[in-house]
Design a protein around this ligand. Structure first.
Ligand SMILES: [Zn+2]
Length: 210
């Protein structure tokens, strides 16, 4: 993260929001957008568009900043030895990602469980792992597997379960498929490959799978 510099800060509702951008990358991405706007038949000089290239560049940088996050390190920073060995479920984690085929958003919820095997992890770290992999150019299937593999390899639990349900704007906005369809993906390791354990997990998250 050392190549990032605090670029602007603004006070909002009493808290200081600090956005960090790689200024060189912002400038490079922004430099292409006047040509893209012209190719779309727009006038990049008109008032509403003058700052658009820079805004788009910053947005894209933010939406892909997961590339700079070491998700395993996020988990390792809050792992504790603990004998607890029942299922730990974190559900309704917000997911915002960018489909790598169209660079349009897909978003929804992730439900994650693991069964500790000597270690537990601070609960707030699970959503941060989701974010680390979601803030990249992604497909939902790979996102699901990357979260599962990161938790399995780092925490070494008796099993990991990941279910993600998302709406894809490339489907909804382009009207190519049912507008409100939700895509569900899942990935399991260890104990969750057992029907009874997996069913218990699915029952626990079912309230939000509607
Ligand atoms: Zn897409």
């Amino acid at each position: 993260m050392s190549n990032l510099t605090a670029f602007e800060s603004e006070e909002q509702d009493g808290y200081i929001k600090i956005d960090q951008y790689n200024q060189k990358q912002v400038e490079e991405i922004a430099s292409y957008y006047p040509a893209i706007l012209r190719a779309l038949g727009e006038n990049p000089e008109r008032e509403g568009l003058v700052k658009t290239p820079e805004r788009v560049a910053k947005a894209l940088q933010f939406l892909t900043h997961g590339n700079d996050v070491d998700a395993a390190e996020v988990l390792r920073s809050a792992m504790f030895e603990e004998e607890y060995s029942q299922m730990v479920v974190v559900k309704d984690i917000e997911v915002y990602s960018l489909c790598e085929h169209h660079m349009l958003p897909f978003f929804g919820k992730a439900h994650i469980a693991y069964i500790p095997n000597g270690h537990i992890v601070g609960l707030s770290k699970i959503p941060r792992v989701v974010d680390a992999f979601a803030r990249r150019l992604q497909v939902q299937e790979r996102l699901t597997n990357e979260i599962r593999d990161c938790i399995q390899e780092t925490l070494k639990p008796a099993g990991v379960a990941v279910v993600i349900e998302c709406k894809h704007m490339c489907m909804a906005m382009r009207g190519v498929q049912k507008q409100n369809s939700v895509t569900t993906t899942s990935a399991f390791t260890g104990a969750f490959q057992n029907d009874v354990t997996r069913s218990e997990f699915l029952r626990l998250i079912m309230a939000s799978l509607d």
